[in-house]
Design a protein around this ligand. Structure first.
Ligand code: AMP
Ligand code: MN
Ligand code: MN
Length: 327
């Protein structure tokens, strides 16, 4: 039996399902979780989505976003599906809380750095989004996508591929996306809501962070702090997207955005052009991700975290240059 079939089998046998995803959830985390929730509910199964952090403002348009909760949704579920999360730490305390009871853990993910923490593990790094894996699961579950399922899953495709712009945007993904549009997903609305939607406070925070833009050896980075967030009226979440923006700088091979969290820890979001591998950099600091997009959370102080991460990135750039220059 393939691992995909094993997931379908475990869901068929379930009585009540809890769906979890990672901290600081993105469109793939929320979209794949809600897409699976609607699919299971269409089979008259009990299913709930619990996330360690609230649904971000740009994803509240998703059908079912207002039903997402936290720990209070952990009940007597016999199956716990963890989506888009490379490790229990990526889910945070909610993982320990939810799995402290007797339940079967199903791990469905596309991160190369996944540590296979489930009783059933279906990991496919070739998929640009976990939402595509959930789409592939539908026929095995005997579900055809309705507009709600289609909207949630297409949102995962759009956000994890940065609007179908990443090199892993395959013909198959575009084909599956077209089928989701046919099933009733409003592509233009999804792109506008999920992807091209920022608050004034967020852009004010970016403006502050960009004042201290650093550039060395093809690596560009910025730092944002609690003081900057206070001045901008912004939240910790508002730094998300900044690393992707930094990598639009033509001279940059890699980009890093450092966020000093309210608790003093440093969250770093990393991006790289094709050929470079920031997942390897993030993994060195206990984080994870994909070669072109990864992240980690380090202990402070800030200067030390910046020095460590930037020197690891410089080593990656040097490694890559050495490989390319070989005859
Ligand atoms: P972000 O920079 O937050 O957009 O994250 C980029 C990618 O790295 C996403 O696929 C995240 O799920 C992953 N990622 C970010 N932080 C971590 C972490 N601490 N552990 C594992 N994966 C992470
Ligand atoms: Mn994600
Ligand atoms: Mn993802």
């Amino acid at each position: 039996m393939s691992s995909q079939q094993a997931v379908a089998e475990a869901l068929h046998q379930a009585r009540s399902v809890l769906i979890l995803s990672h901290t600081n959830p993105d469109g793939d985390a929320v979209g794949s979780a809600l897409g699976l929730m609607w699919a299971l509910r269409s089979l008259r199964l009990r299913a709930h989505v619990a996330l360690p952090d609230p649904v971000p403002a740009n994803l509240t348009f998703l059908p079912g976003a207002n039903s997402v909760g936290g720990q209070e949704l952990v009940d007597d579920q016999d199956v716990c599906v963890v989506l888009d999360s490379s490790s229990p730490q990526h889910v945070g305390d909610l993982f320990e809380y939810a799995t402290a009871r007797e339940c079967r853990v199903i791990n469905v993910d596309h991160h190369v750095t996944n540590v296979r923490f489930g009783h059933v593990n279906w990991i496919n790094p070739a998929c640009p989004a976990v939402a595509q894996m959930i789409y592939w699961l539908l026929p095995l579950l005997g579900v055809s996508p309705d507009p709600k399922i289609a909207t949630c899953l297409l949102t995962g495709f759009v956000t994890d591929t940065n609007g179908f712009s990443t090199p892993n945007t395959t013909p198959r993904l575009l084909h599956d996306a077209a089928e989701l549009v046919t099933a009733g997903a409003p592509l233009a609305d999804i792109i506008r809501e999920a992807h091209l939607n920022r608050s004034l406070a967020q852009v004010r925070l970016w403006a502050q962070a960009l004042q201290s833009l650093c550039f060395e050896d093809g690596i560009v980075w910025t730092v944002n702090t609690p003081a900057m967030r206070r001045a901008a009226g912004a939240t910790e979440r508002d730094s998300s997207g900044l690393s992707t923006f930094l990598l639009t700088i033509r001279e940059a091979h890699m980009a890093a955005s450092f966020t000093v969290l309210d608790d003093g820890r440093i969250r770093v979001s990393l991006r790289a052009r094709p050929g470079y591998d920031v997942a390897a950099v993030a993994a060195r600091f206990g984080g994870g991700g994909h070669p072109p997009a990864a992240g980690a959370t380090l202990d402070g102080p800030l200067d030390e975290a910046v020095t460590l991460v930037i020197s690891a990135m410089k080593a990656q750039v040097a490694d890559y240059s050495a490989t390319v220059e070989q005859p």
